[in-house]
Design a protein around this ligand. Structure first.
Ligand SMILES: Cc1ncc(COP(=O)(O)O)c(C=O)c1O
Length: 356
């Protein structure tokens, strides 16, 4: 069975020895603090480290048990049921679910190869501006696309003009295998953007250590929400992550990850070019995914059972769209957990059951 469903790091990349060292050092030196109740916003040394890394004040950072949880808290503190929220279409299925669950009227803005379609966005803004716009600007999940600098600037300008909050979710930003980084949306409108990230993709998802940075009043509201909900997020892993960063393990590990994932991405793109030349897909420069729109004549209804018979587990592309039918020919292909050889074989075999 070839699993092309989950966008998770392969288990062999977890730096277990370094994490043991980091945890031991932190527990020995600061165990009394990390094992006691610690009120939100989280473990102060990690907050200070992240504030410095991202060029913000420590009052502008809050930690949480994963970035998904922080996304939920943003929807709970910054929106009311019945408010409007925008999301790229397609987008991360769990973000779609969280926005809908918050009671928002969720509007999908079609995603192009370099970010959302600005003409459609402008039309929607004129009809009903949102309270919140959730965007994954770098190596988007599920598409793999990156929002270009011009679109980031324009979205930031509109956020100021129409007074909405952009939630910029950037867990893949540092996993860049080609090209150069683009300034964050937040850099163009710091008062109207909060940035979410976590150590799930760059270190290990089981740590469930996420963070948000942005305007102090928003950070304060999320902090108060955390205190009321569970006092504070889980601290021993925050201490472990802090020591891991502080001891200089992060950068070399990130380079190792990029070196491992780069040929996997390149092989996937080459295999798609070769075996599925009529499919439409972006050429991501990083991240975990390539989003593929299959030629006409394909449908999830037919493809999923055929793929299962051929030994593949695929994600139903309809789950990434607010209107599921829009994803009827959409396939998200995660490439990080498979070797180049496995990727090439997988696409070659998959092409045999795809109409092209
Ligand atoms: C865009 C995006 N945001 C958030 C997450 C989840 O991250 P975390 O483990 O920090 O909740 C994922 C994981 O797939 C993701 O793709």
């Amino acid at each position: 069975m070839i699993n092309l469903t989950r966008g998770v790091p392969p288990v062999e990349v977890f730096p277990i020895e370094e994490l043991i060292k980091a945890s031991e050092k932190n527990l020995r030196e600061d165990g009394k603090r990390v094992l006691q109740y610690l009120h939100a916003p989280g473990y102060p040394p990690l907050i200070e480290y992240l504030a410095k890394k991202h060029g913000v004040r420590k009052e502008e950072v809050v930690l949480g048990n994963s970035s998904l949880e922080l996304l939920q808290f943003v929807t709970l503190t910054e929106m009311k049921p019945g408010d409007c929220a925008y999301i790229e279409s397609p987008s991360y299925d769990r973000a779609n679910t969280l926005l809908k669950r918050s009671g928002a009227d969720v509007v999908g803005i079609p995603l192009e190869i370099d970010g959302v379609n600005l003409d459609i966005l402008e039309k929607e803004l004129k009809k009903r501006p949102p309270k919140l716009f959730y965007i994954i600007p770098d190596f988007q999940n599920p598409m793999g696309t990156t929002t270009c600098a011009e679109k980031r600037k324009q979205i930031a300008k509109w956020a100021e003009e129409y007074d909405f909050l952009v939630v910029e979710d950037a867990p893949y930003r540092e996993l860049r295998y080609h090209g150069t980084a683009i300034p964050s949306i937040r850099s163009f409108a710091p008062d109207h953007v909060v940035t979410l990230s976590s150590f799930s993709k760059t270190l290990a998802p089981g740590l469930r250590t996420g963070y948000l940075y942005g305007r102090e009043d928003i950070v304060k509201r999320i902090t108060a929400w955390e205190v009321d909900t569970y006092i504070g997020s889980v601290t021993p892993t925050q201490g472990q992550v802090y020591e891991y960063l502080n001891q200089g393990f992060f950068e070399p590990n990130l380079n190792k990850l990029c070196d491992l994932y780069r040929p996997r991405l390149d092989t996937l793109l080459n295999s798609l070019d070769k075996y599925l030349p009529n499919a439409v897909y972006p050429r991501p420069e990083g991240g975990f995914f390539v989003g593929v729109t299959l030629p006409e004549g394909n449908s999830m209804e037919k493809l999923l059972p055929a793929a299962a018979d051929a030994g593949f587990k695929l994600t139903d592309g309809r789950g990434f769209y607010l209107n599921p039918q829009d994803g009827d020919r959409f396939l998200r292909i995660p490439f990080c957990s498979l070797s180049p050889e496995e990727i090439s074989n997988a696409i070659q075999s998959l092409a045999k059951i795809i109409v092209h």
